[in-house]
Design a protein around this ligand. Structure first.
Ligand code: FES
Ligand code: FES
Length: 176
């Protein structure tokens, strides 16, 4: 159990400041909550909403593990306060699947071994989703740029790129 004396500890500590009401949409569901003004969006997702898919790696905006979509753009949720997300629309990795079925992108990550330990995978998926939403037929270079903010410590980048290429192809075929 962390006692918060370690400077590298990112555990949420309640500031005891007055709560601020926020309203936002998360994975198509309207949420109303009163939140600690010092709580990050990442902490809000994990602690308040129990959406544990979004991961905390560095906690300082460098690794991309906490990547989500906010109003259609990728953001590092560790760098945004929950109160700053008031009024926004959030998509997390949990929102990629529908009715219990994994999205094409998730299926292709599994098929092409786009994950090893899986810690970076939620962030990778969200960056890849954002890329394919903007560019349904990306080149390898464009995929590398699209996931440039996401570090994979298992270093399996080639299967990740292959997964995104396969998903893009399948998505284009399904749209025909
Ligand atoms: S945990 Fe947010 S960028 Fe690393
Ligand atoms: S699969 Fe382990 S960090 Fe990327």
């Amino acid at each position: 159990m962390c006692n918060h004396e370690n400077k590298d500890c990112f555990d949420y500590v309640d500031s005891k400041m007055p709560r601020i009401p926020i309203s936002l949409i998360v994975n198509e569901e309207r949420i109303y909550k009163d939140v600690d003004p010092t709580m990050t969006l990442l902490q809000f997702l994990r602690k308040e909403l129990k959406l544990f898919g979004t991961k905390e790696g560095c906690g300082v905006g460098e690794c991309g593990a906490c990547t989500i979509l906010m109003d259609g753009d990728t953001v590092n949720s560790c760098l945004i306060l929950a109160v700053e997300a008031n009024g926004s629309e959030i998509l997390t990795v949990e929102g990629l699947s529908k009715d219990g079925e994994l999205s094409i992108l998730q299926q292709e990550f599994i098929k092409d071994d786009g994950l090893q330990c899986g810690f970076c995978t939620p962030g990778m998926l969200m960056s890849a989703r954002n890329l394919l939403d903007r560019n349904p037929d990306p080149t390898v270079e464009q995929i590398k740029e699209g996931i440039a903010g996401n570090f994979c410590r298992c270093t399996g980048y080639q299967p990740i790129i292959d997964s995104v290429l396969s998903a893009a192809k399948r998505e284009r075929e399904e749209l025909k």
